[in-house]
Design a protein around this ligand. Structure first.
Ligand SMILES: NC(=O)c1ccc[n+]([C@@H]2O[C@H](COP(=O)([O-])OP(=O)(O)OC[C@H]3O[C@@H](n4cnc5c(N)ncnc54)[C@H](OP(=O)(O)O)[C@@H]3O)[C@@H](O)[C@H]2O)c1
Length: 307
């Protein structure tokens, strides 16, 4: 046998929490496509979900564990190169469960952690301007004090929301609804592109504290052009008023329908839009070119699916 016989390099193990979710299962599939070994943490009761079955079929290892069970969590983290969270929830999840996950990662000696941020740049927003993003900042402070290297992926708004949840592109009346300026640049990235980038970042040992990406940076005028191009029908603009009016609407909606236990009640979505229209959480500089093999989906392509 030659002295320098090649030794097989075992694939990196990535522990993933939230793998049954919309973003999480796509991160898992993107990791598997890159040859990683995915250890998906699934809470008891969620193991029979279709997303879980699909992950198992693609080769992910499923570990049934409660995020409150720190010993079992730490065991599940042993040998991992990175722990990725794609959990979604309010304080008990973003601060509580993620802290459990962080402690387990540290106890198991995992070198890197990617929290469930996937948002506009909350580091540039004042405390109190967005409930869900305040929770990410709070967890981020714990993460920064832990002996582990952290990387947050910031992607603006999921472009997929433009065809549904986000009341910006009004297909029925062919208008783009906005507050403030039609020239304010806004960041949009699809869920699939965010997942592909996060998978690449999870396998990249040299990532910085923040990575910022946007599949497309578009103003309201650009959204108008994209909607027109995607549908073949002319879209106009509908300015509802200044940002002060949106702020007032958020306060009224929150008072009338607080929905305190919902992660994304209407007022929270409005708050997100308000933040974006102020320009404060604009992502810059962008790290889109960090993994040259990745392609970015344009807003027009997303809207075309709504034709
Ligand atoms: N930038 C944007 O526009 C935008 C839009 C939407 C979401 N996001 C962000 O993307 C991330 C993922 O969101 P998503 O839409 O993929 O969420 P999702 O589909 O609701 O999935 C949430 C995941 O978290 C898990 N989970 C929730 N509570 C848990 C708990 N207490 N213990 C264990 N697991 C728990 C769920 O597990 P089960 O299957 O067991 O319930 C599921 O796997 C979040 O950070 C979210 O804020 C960003």
């Amino acid at each position: 046998m030659p002295d320098s016989a090649p030794t097989a390099v075992s694939p990196a193990i990535i522990v993933l929490a939230g793998a049954t979710g919309d973003l999480g299962h796509r991160i898992a599939l993107a990791l598997l496509a890159r040859g990683a070994q995915v250890r998906a943490l699934v809470r008891p009761g969620s193991t029979a979900k279709p997303a879980t079955e699909a992950l198992r079929a693609q080769g992910a290892q499923l570990v049934e564990v409660e995020l409150a069970d720190e010993a079992a969590l730490a065991k599940a983290c042993v040998g991992a190169a990175c722990v990725v969270s794609a959990l979604s929830g309010l304080r008990e999840v973003i601060v509580g469960a993620q802290t459990q996950l962080l402690r387990a990662a540290v106890a198991a000696g995992v070198p890197r952690f990617i929290p469930s941020d996937y948002s506009i740049d909350y580091t540039k927003l004042p405390e109190g301007s967005n409930r869900n993003l305040d929770l990410r900042r709070e967890f981020g402070r714990r993460l920064d004090q832990a002996p582990i290297r952290a990387t947050s992926v910031l992607n603006g708004m999921f472009a997929d929301l433009l065809t549904g949840q986000a009341p910006v592109i009004l297909f029925k009346i062919r208008r783009v609804l906005y507050w403030g300026s039609a020239d304010q640049p806004l960041d949009f990235t699809t869920i699939a592109d965010t997942a592909a980038f996060t998978a690449a970042a999870a396998l990249d040992p040299d990532t910085p504290r923040y990575l910022r990406v946007a599949g497309e940076v578009a103003t309201v005028r650009d959204l108008q052009a994209a909607a027109t191009a995607a549908t073949g029908r002319r879209f106009g603009r509908l300015r509802a008023g200044g940002l002060w009016l949106l702020h007032l609407m958020i306060r009224i909606t929150r008072r009338l329908a607080p929905a305190k236990k919902e992660v994304f009640p209407p007022w929270q979505g409005m708050q997100y839009l308000h933040n974006m229209f102020t320009g404060l959480p604009k992502l810059a500089p962008l790290d889109n070119g960090r993994y040259p093999e990745l392609q970015w989906t344009k807003v027009r392509e997303v809207l075309a699916s709504q034709k």
